[in-house]
Design a protein around this ligand. Structure first.
Ligand SMILES: Cc1cc2nc3c(=O)[nH]c(=O)nc-3n(C[C@H](O)[C@H](O)[C@H](O)COP(=O)(O)OP(=O)(O)OC[C@H]3O[C@@H](n4cnc5c(N)ncnc54)[C@H](O)[C@@H]3O)c2cc1C
Length: 410
């Protein structure tokens, strides 16, 4: 294999293109948008979080989903509209409940390995992404949440992660801007980080382009065929429809990967789990001083936050099972603004930019990294709520996998 095409210029596609280029392949990247990282990799929670590796496959998630069904501002919102895709995804999700511990440990290990690869890329390319190396703090509102955290800590320890339980006093000494009135304690993972996924992906895409990756932006893949030897991409640029064979393709198309996989005879059950964020512009000195630098994760509200440089504060959260629409709903944005007002009353939320994105979620919550059924078809997709955290590792995994396949063929 020599000529490879990557479908998608989000975090998974760009890291994949980078790794393949480093390994000596000729790489082309296709994306329907005008720039890299314009879909789910645009304004996420910013956390590079091994500490958040717990997969959601549990009966408690199911029972919360049912309880919250009619509560418009609930952290998890499950629309009762059902279709075959949603039902099959839920059935697979439930069948993965026995893998809760195993997949949490696996994900934590991947996240830990991802950090080394991420640092290597950062050092090599000298990318400035408003990286904060101040750790991630979990905030717990009740003893049940602490109890759950202690159980997960045992699994994370098995994976090799040091996440410590801390008292309220310790929480304040780590992040003095926090209003802790509603919390009983928490957990702290010093080794975790946060940063701007969009900046990183865009700058890495620029580095790839300088080093020879060919980018086809504003180019939509409309069909993927196979001639039994090679995949064939049919794509639309402006009003022109073109076809091109490649020795191999890597599907990194986020929530669209499912449809591309279907065309190739592969079943990759990805559901679009919608989330929202606000990016608060810290325009005055009081807000700059009172917004936290330590990245936070509120266990009950399912809200995360990350400081992006001196003047931006990102707050993200909520999971909505409601199909492919990316509409920004006020009743889902309001809880994020209220959260900021409650925890950081001195931070002005006057200028908050709302955003919504679709997490490409597999039912097991473990990404699909590997070969499809047909020769030259590969996947690095389905990273769900942890694409920013895991991509450095999974891109390395898929590129090593492609090299191994190549060596067998030659
Ligand atoms: C609210 C929210 C908060 C989050 N917070 C975090 C966090 O704190 N930490 C973390 O690790 N992760 C987080 N995530 C998850 C993370 O953002 C995603 O896992 C990640 O961005 C997915 O990247 P991707 O490359 O798979 O998909 P995308 O970024 O969506 O990229 C896919 C690309 O494929 C292109 N594409 C698709 N189909 C076609 C086609 N037919 N032709 C051409 N191009 C095509 C799209 O245009 C797109 O650019 C969060 C997600 C959300 C929604």
């Amino acid at each position: 294999m020599k000529n490879l095409a990557v479908i998608g210029a989000g975090i998974t596609g760009i890291t994949t293109a980078y790794q393949l280029l480093e390994k000596g392949y000729t790489v082309s990247v296709f994306d329907k948008n005008r720039y890299a990282a314009m879909e789910t990799s645009f304004a996420n929670g910013g956390q590079l979080s091994a500490c958040n590796a717990e997969v959601w496959n549990s009966w408690s998630t199911i029972s919360k989903g049912i309880q919250w069904m009619l509560k418009k501002d609930a952290p998890l919102l499950f629309s009762p509209k059902l279709n075959f895709h949603k039902i099959s995804w839920i059935v697979d999700f439930i069948s993965n409940i026995p893998n809760h511990k195993k997949n949490t440990i696996l994900t934590a290990k991947m996240a830990i390995d991802s950090r080394d690869e991420f640092r290597r890329i950062l050092d090599k390319e000298n990318i400035d992404l408003d990286l904060e190396k101040k750790g991630i703090m979990h905030l717990c509102e009740c003893n049940a949440s602490l109890e759950h955290g202690r159980k997960i800590n045992q699994w994370l320890t098995e994976a090799g992660l040091d996440r410590k339980e801390i008292s309220k006093d310790e929480m304040l000494s780590i992040e003095p801007t926090l209003n802790l009135t509603n919390f009983v304690g928490g957990f702290y993972t010093k080794s975790d980080m946060s940063g701007d996924i969009h900046k990183f992906t865009k700058l890495l895409a620029d580095a790839c382009e300088r080093k020879g990756v060919k980018f086809f932006y504003e180019t939509k893949i409309i069909k993927v065929n196979h001639n039994k030897k090679q995949p064939i991409l049919t794509f639309k640029k402006s009003n022109e429809i073109l076809k091109q064979n490649y020795d191999g393709i890597v599907v990194c198309a986020g929530v669209n990967s499912k449809f591309i996989a279907n065309e190739l005879g592969d079943n990759i059950n990805i559901y679009p789990v919608k989330g929202y964020s606000i990016t608060i512009l810290l325009n005055d000195n009081i807000s700059v001083k009172n917004a936290p630098y330590v990245s936070l994760l509120d266990d009950k509200a399912k809200i995360v936050s990350s400081r992006l440089g001196k003047n931006r504060f990102r707050i993200a959260g909520t999971a909505e099972f409601n199909g492919y629409n990316k509409d920004i709903r006020a009743d889902r944005i309001n809880p994020l603004i209220k959260w900021c007002n409650k925890l950081f009353p001195e931070v002005s939320t006057e200028h908050a930019i709302p955003w919504a994105g679709l997490r490409p979620m597999t039912p097991s919550m473990v990404p699909k990294v590997g070969s499809g059924k047909l020769p030259g078809v590969f996947y690095n997709t389905g990273h769900g709520h942890l694409g920013w955290t895991l991509s450095a590792f999974t891109s390395q995994q898929i590129s090593n996998h492609i090299i191994r396949k190549d060596n067998i063929l030659n």
